[in-house]
Ligand binder design. Sequence first.
Ligand SMILES: [Zn+2]
Ligand SMILES: [Zn+2]
Length: 104
Amino acid sequence: MSPQEILEHASKVVPTVGIATVYRTVRALVEQGEIVAVELPGEPPRYERAGKDHHHHFMCESCGRAFDIDACPGDLAHMTPKGYTLRRHEITLYGLCDACVDDS
Ligand SMILES: [Zn+2]
Ligand SMILES: [Zn+2]
């Protein structure tokens, strides 16, 4: 979730919560190792629970929300140039989430 999404959820429970509180809480949780930043290309960082297994993300181009994908294409070493060592990969799929498909 992005800090803005966290704020929207939090303000349902605590109407007085502000974005500064959200940022402060997010920073504390990152320092405690509870959550990790998810960097999607060209996007402000989002955050998710730490310690999840390797996974990828689906980003909705309409509402901008990111969703977890449990699948992985696996070892991408065959795409790596000769002589290079592949260490990790990030994959982001783009499209419309189910809510946005229903809206269109
Ligand atoms: Zn959407
Ligand atoms: Zn993967």
